[in-house]
Design a protein around this ligand. Sequence first.
Ligand code: GTP
Ligand code: MG
Length: 198
Amino acid sequence: MNIKEATFIVSNTDVGKCPQDGLPEYAFIGRSNVGKSSLINMLTNQKGLALTSSTPGKTQLINHFLINNRWYLVDLPGYGYTQGGIQKRRTLQRIIDNYLYRRKELTCLFVLIDCRHNPQKNDTKFIQQLGENGIPFAIVFTKIDKLSNEHLKENISIYENTLLKSWEKLPSIFTVSSERKIGKDAILNYIEEINHTL
Ligand code: GTP
Ligand code: MG
């Protein structure tokens, strides 16, 4: 699938103010700075559609982008964002949780993981909670330009083994580099396939 049209629709902190047209949504989540906004820009071929920054905590709102007039990509704030203090962190957590657990239109959540990191507690705990709450998700390893192929394979297999301790079956797994434009088609085709089943 190709994205012909990607339009920013709305940013807000309130799940009640998200679009009401019932179109399916594909959202991106993960720690601050993992590359959520950059991935949205790569998928849509638009450099500055989602705002990115080298400083963690750039995205602080729920951002809806309408794709080909048929579905949405949703950019979310990062979790584990610490700057701004505990209050700020709690507020962001509440925004994210409200979206994840109340938004009926959420069709698949892409959980982004920096491929350089070993499994971290807050990521695996987050994934566990998705399972317990029946939220459909896939995993995306980001910034693969930063590792050799061999090292990447090793890190992914460590991650898979960790997941297999609590899951019978692995979720769909993608690898991307927004910097080098790698991994775009696999994600867009996956979304297209799901859209066809709706
Ligand atoms: P928050 O909105 O703060 O939660 O961050 P985010 O997850 O949206 O990350 P963002 O896309 O803003 O990217 C964070 C930093 O990582 C930026 O400096 C990007 O240029 C860089 N980055 C993103 N993707 C890649 C990638 O594939 N490769 C490399 N090398 N850098 C990347
Ligand atoms: Mg962002």
